[in-house]
Ligand binder design. Structure first.
Ligand SMILES: [Zn+2]
Length: 375
């Protein structure tokens, strides 16, 4: 029996699960849930990067409130890039905090160890595949490599075990890795097999917790990318130097995307240079738009001091990153995200609690958890 008298809630964040994956994969369990429950073709928040979207879903709030505009930003006072991985950066309570206030215990299962560091404070069970404790290995076996589809099977199976064996846990949040989506487009047999497995594990979770309310969504989609631009190097080469440009996806785990992403936060040497730099950036092939900080912060509901003085938006085929030289043509199978072109994601809700939990307007992934344990 769950303390607080509420049914269990299971949140599944399928990393990189854009609508094209939903559209092109059979997914019998999730499609049945969509018919019986609520399904929307929804949106990820911008930038379409994992950390910003994961934290938005975990808090049910916008980056303007929780402050995580993604993995890194440039600290203008200190003059260096900072990784947003310290819980002190987080300015909004998590659903785990809100559940705990009601006496509801929670579990967080994720690929990355840093996610536990940032978000795991108020959880009763915290599992990371990257850095499993001895107790986690004893309970669920040794996790497969971080860069595999199998690690998602391991995470979802561990979540199923918790649902089956720990009826005292009222909230389970599972976050998979998008390594399979970086590796394979939706129609690839490997992707079909990966998502068939995910669908099977969701079926297992429903069998383990038939009374639970399920909220399933993604943090972003994924697209093939053709070129990378290093804006710092490009601008310097053309005599329009920037103070700094951050690819905000850059973190300590760069193997599957090399730290590139579909947005750049640019900083000026002096405010007076804004018109000239903006005009130059707008003329770079692959750049689609350049927004001043205030415009980007209000349009995308971001925290102004955690984004660039300029927010640079690429076209669909382009990513930004640190190359050390101006441009690079990417490998033909290179896939990534971060831009406005990876916003389309599924929103799926199923179970007895959906009408209590869901807001009237369901549009963004964070709308799924916005009201959870709120009133
Ligand atoms: Zn992701």
């Amino acid at each position: 029996m769950i303390t607080g008298g509420e049914e269990r809630v299971v949140v599944v964040l399928i990393d990189g699960f854009g609508l094209d994956y939903w559209d092109r994969t059979p997914l019998p369990t999730m499609r049945r849930m969509a018919v019986e429950g609520v399904f929307r073709r929804g949106l990820a928040i911008f930038p379409t990067l994992t950390n910003a979207n994961n934290v938005s879903l975990v808090t049910g709030a916008w980056p303007a409130e929780h402050g995580v505009t993604t993995n890194s930003y440039f600290d203008e006072q200190a003059g260096e890039a900072r990784f947003l991985e310290d819980p002190a950066f987080l300015r909004a309570p998590t659903i785990f905090d809100r559940a705990r206030k009601r006496g509801i215990r929670s579990a967080l299962l994720t690929c990355k160890a840093k996610t536990l560091l940032l978000l795991g404070g108020a959880t009763d069970i915290a599992v990371s595949a990257e850095a499993p404790t001895e107790a986690v290995v004893a309970a669920y076996g040794a996790p497969p490599p971080m860069y595999s589809a199998a690690v998602n099977d391991w995470l979802l199976s561990a979540a199923t075990r918790i649902l089956r064996e720990r009826s005292d846990i009222g909230l389970v949040y599972v976050h998979t890795t998008d390594y399979p989506m970086h590796a394979w487009p939706a129609e690839a047999p490997e992707s079909q097999a990966h998502l068939a497995m995910v669908d099977d594990r969701i079926r297992d979770m429903r069998v383990a917790a038939p009374e639970a309310t399920f909220l399933v969504t993604a943090d972003h989609g994924m697209n093939a990318k053709r070129r990378c631009i290093d804006l710092t190097a490009f601008c310097a080469e053309h005599g329009v130097p920037l103070r700094f440009a951050v690819s905000p996806v850059a973190d300590r785990l760069v193997r599957h995307h090399r730290g590139f992403g579909g947005v750049s936060y640019a900083y000026l040497r002096s405010p007076a240079e804004e018109p000239q730099v903006t005009e130059f950036l707008r003329g770079i092939p692959g750049v689609e738009d350049v927004l001043p900080r205030s415009v980007a912060a209000s349009r995308f509901r971001l925290m102004p001091e955690r984004i660039g003085e300029l927010v640079v938006l690429p076209d669909r085929d382009t990513v930004f990153g640190d190359l050390g030289h101006p441009r690079e043509v990417l490998a033909p199978d290179y896939r990534n995200h971060g831009s406005l072109y990876e916003q389309e994601i599924p929103l799926l809700a199923h179970g007895p609690g959906i009408f209590r939990v869901l807001p009237t307007e369901l549009r963004f992934n964070l709308d799924l958890t916005r009201r959870l344990y709120r009133e």
